[in-house]
Design a protein around this ligand. Structure first.
Ligand code: AMP
Length: 302
């Protein structure tokens, strides 16, 4: 089953304790699409500027990723720059330049309009809603990721799109900001009243928690010797999660919990190298093997 993904395709400048990359391909939709593409066909919706060339586009070639919905316009692409603290979990956004995103008005190619699985990756909430409105019928599952930038600048738009969302994926500080509550279980209960029946709270090296009604499932993060660059970990998690759901065709709690492990697998690969360097070179056996390692990590008998 195809997975429709809308989000940013961007250029990033990233500094971590392991090095500094002044310019590389990034973007929430880029990470999510590449990660999901190992599980299911993807239909990408985004916008890029003149600085996006065949070299960047190479990332999507040879994968089941349809780029008919990737619009090219004059001017520069979305640009983001961030710096990680020595603990690698805290990061500061140094710069966000919307550039071509500021005037983007997505038009879904006609063959995208029957998509049954939709991932609204990080991008302006008004654009996330516009994409949903263009679908022929209500999808089986809609996931949404967002960040503090949009909570600060477009909260009402975000609340409007949240009413149509099944699964919200956010990190712990974003869940606290959106709900106004520090306790994450309480925060999830408040967010559930805004629309999404399920919330996934990503906590970096501490793993991720799924809360759906009274059901709670916790996926650990892979204990890694070296984390090189956490950028895109959340988007890769979301791509693996949504890709596994679209592949299985199931949306019950057990399917969501299982998909959390594939999300954790893809997030754990993403952080091993800078940018997309690791997740662009994966094989399915490597993904299966790491999923098995996750099973060993958490298995015990009572
Ligand atoms: P993550 O580390 O998973 O939160 O995602 C990092 C990616 O999100 C980077 O590649 C950025 O280009 C992209 N990004 C950063 N800020 C925004 C924003 N405000 N809206 C959409 N995408 C963003």
């Amino acid at each position: 089953m195809s997975l429709l993904i809308v989000g940013t395709v961007a250029f990033d400048a990233v500094e971590t304790p392991h090095g500094k990359v002044p310019r590389m391909l990034g973007g929430a939709a880029t990470y999510a699409a590449v990660a999901a593409g190992y599980f299911t066909p993807v239909r990408l919706v985004s916008v890029v500027g003149e600085d996006y060339t065949a070299r960047e586009h190479d990332i999507f070639r040879g994968r089941p990723i349809d780029t008919a919905g990737l619009e090219r316009v004059p001017g520069p692409s979305f640009f983001w720059s961030g710096k990680y603290a020595p603990n690698m979990n805290d990061r500061t956004t140094l710069d966000t330049q919307l550039n071509c995103l500021a005037t983007f008005d997505p038009k879904l190619p006609p063959h995208y309009r029957d998509s049954r699985y939709v991932f609204l990756a990080n991008i302006a909430p008004a654009l996330q809603l516009s994409v949903l409105k263009q679908l022929k019928k209500k999808p089986k599952l809609v996931g949404l990721d967002t960040m503090n930038y949009w909570m600060d600048s477009a909260l009402e738009d975000l609340k409007a799109v949240l009413r149509h969302v099944d699964v919200l994926l956010v990190n712990d500080s974003e869940a606290r900001q959106l709900s106004g509550h520090h306790n994450l279980i309480e925060a999830a209960a408040i967010i559930q009243r805004m629309g999404p029946r399920a919330i996934i709270i990503k906590r970096g090296e501490h793993g991720a928690t799924l809360i759906r009604g009274r059901h709670v499932f916790v996926a650990p993060a892979m204990p890694l010797r070296r984390v090189t660059d956490p950028t895109g970990a959340g988007d890769s998690f979301a791509g693996g999660f949504m890709g596994a759901i679209a592949q299985s065709g199931k949306t019950d709690t057990a399917a969501l919990s299982r998909a959390m492990i594939y999300g954790s697998v893809m997030g754990s690969f993403a952080v091993e190298r800078f940018g997309l360097d690791r997740i662009r070179r994966l094989t399915r056996p490597q993904i299966r093997e790491r999923a098995r390692q996750f099973r060993h990590l958490t298995h015990f008998d009572l």
